[in-house]
Design a protein around this ligand. Structure first.
Ligand code: NAP
Length: 211
């Protein structure tokens, strides 16, 4: 199954890697991935739900298979979108550098673009093998409206002067939607309709998530 995914995207030149916990996935993520695909001329976007994110080892997050299932049902109508279980199948904390190395090995000719929330990138300089991450992939930070990322971009380009054409910001108005808000809404019995695909809303209800 996973092998089929790599076969399907093997012919591309540029691959977007959408990294996130996706707890749950929502329209902000989907719009961010689609915007990145078009703006950066990506052939495909591979969603990679995190296994055990190193910065969340003590947080309670939803079972990886449920998060994966919600991503899978959300992207099924977009032929450019795929989802991989690469991180959720890996033992121990999942570091982005390890994922990039595996993808580089599987798809050596593709230029990799790692896409995630700009606020997730704020401590990128402390991530394992940050220098290598910059070498192996271009980085796209998807920003919420009103998010002031100037300090982050100034700091990162000061530290890595050659990175200017390897790190980009993408403002995504739909990212006004957030997973944190969706979880709080479910807990407080408020509506989450229209914030995420209906199938995901029903899955959350059926599996009694976030209560
Ligand atoms: P997070 O801390 O849950 O998210 C931080 C912020 O970014 C939240 O506002 C989140 O919004 C947003 N966000 C997360 N993923 C997004 C996406 N794909 N598109 C748009 N916005 C997004 O971050 P996380 O999801 O756990 O981690 C993000 C990625 O960074 C993952 O791939 C993770 O493996 C990687 N990471 C790697 C290391 C490392 O290698 N040392 C350390 C930390 C993170 P929502 O809550 O609405 O999603």
């Amino acid at each position: 199954m996973e092998a089929n995914i790599y076969q399907a995207i093997a012919g591309g030149k540029r691959l977007g890697i959408m990294g996130g916990t996706f707890d749950p996935i929502h329209y902000g993520h989907l719009v961010a991935a689609e915007t990145a695909r078009v703006e950066f001329d990506l052939d495909n976007v591979l969603f990679i739900p995190t296994g055990k994110p190193p910065h969340k080892l003590n947080h309670k997050i939803t079972n990886a298979y449920e998060r994966f299932a919600m991503v899978q049902m959300s992207i099924k109508n977009n032929k450019y979108f795929k989802v991989s279980n690469l991180e959720i199948e890996r033992e121990g904390p999942t570091y982005t550098i390890d994922t990039l190395k595996i993808l580089h090995e599987l798809l050596p000719k593709q230029e990799l673009y790692f896409i995630t929330g700009t606020d997730a990138l704020l401590d990128l300089l402390t991530w394992r093998e940050a220098d290598n991450i910059f070498k192996m992939a271009k980085i796209i930070g998807a920003s919420r409206p009103g998010y002031d990322s100037r300090k982050f971009f100034a700091e990162i380009t000061k530290r890595y002067p050659n990175i200017k054409d390897r790190i980009f910001e993408l403002e995504v108005p739909a990212l006004a939607i957030s997973s944190t808000d969706i979880r709080a809404r479910v807990k407080n019995k408020k509506s989450i309709r229209y914030l995420l695909p209906d199938e995901v809303r029903l899955y959350i209800k059926e599996h009694k998530l976030y209560q």
